[in-house]
Design a protein around this ligand. Sequence first.
Ligand code: FDA
Length: 306
Amino acid sequence: MSNVARKVVLTVAENKLVTNFVNKYGLTLGARRFVAGEKLADAINAVKQLNAKGICATLDNLGESCYEAKTATEGTMEAIRILEAIHESGVDSNLSVKLTQLGLDIDEKFCLSNMMEIVGKANQLDNFVRIDMEDSSKVDATIAIFRELKEKYPENVGLALQAYLYRTEKDMDDLSDLKPSYRLMKGAYNEPKEVAFPQKRDVDDNFVKIIKKHLDAGFYTAIASHDENMINISKDYISEKSIPKTQYEFQMLYGICSNLQEQLVKEGHKVRCYVPYGTDWYPYFSRRLAERPANIVFILKNLLKK
Ligand code: FDA
């Protein structure tokens, strides 16, 4: 989607009337396509189905921008429950989290202590936590928290970085002493041209650049995209440089390009699907609409059918 169209959808999505309407009817109108369900058990079932197709997962309890300590503590407890449920059910999945769900907007130290608990649990259960990247105002704090966690639990935490931000390549350089595991993706938020490339072409170029750079550095690279062009360029580079299969994976979102996910598995690549669940699905859902106009048409068609 063009940057202007994306901004329009994200701005409309912030409108209170639209929010109320979609919160009430959204799941039945089509949000369910992108969200595994409202409960953790729904999400574990979705992961079982993906695992049966050779696709592993990363589970995400939907929620962000919380301003009450009680809510952040609940988010922390749910993240720990996810790690326990993965362990008990034996599914192949790790965990993804957003720091604003865990208290980043309340107090950075509080958020760090919540994350220490979560990543400590992942360490105990031999699992892994990926920190999603949110809007550009959160990048400095997210990186600072990632650094502390990574120093304490080097094997159990990774970060997501966005190709649309001018700063990302420098952030990668600054963090290279940590030998980080990154999920690299284009970026999903409504960012001004002062901080992010306005043109899709430049975002794509930077995406390719940082993927190659991270693969060349020998660090684990999760290539998170549904863009076949980006995927093919990555596949060619991986083959040309004989990058081992243990050093990369492809990642896609639940309900998007499922055939492509299965095709990559058949070709022998590791594929991880991001599986979100929970009641607070609206912000996630509006970003998925903003990425692709056809998704809005899909929702409108469902609305007309009702
Ligand atoms: P692009 O937007 O160019 O789309 C290429 C093609 O993919 C489209 O033509 C269409 O076929 C398909 N496609 C893309 N989006 C679609 C959609 N919503 N519905 C249907 N088809 C779609 N962002 C962020 O800022 N922080 C984060 O932490 C994450 N985390 C994350 C995890 C994973 C596993 C993925 C795959 C993505 C993210 N993202 C994210 C979102 C990411 O930044 C980006 O917005 C989307 O992946 C869309 O970009 P693409 O690379 O898919 O390409």
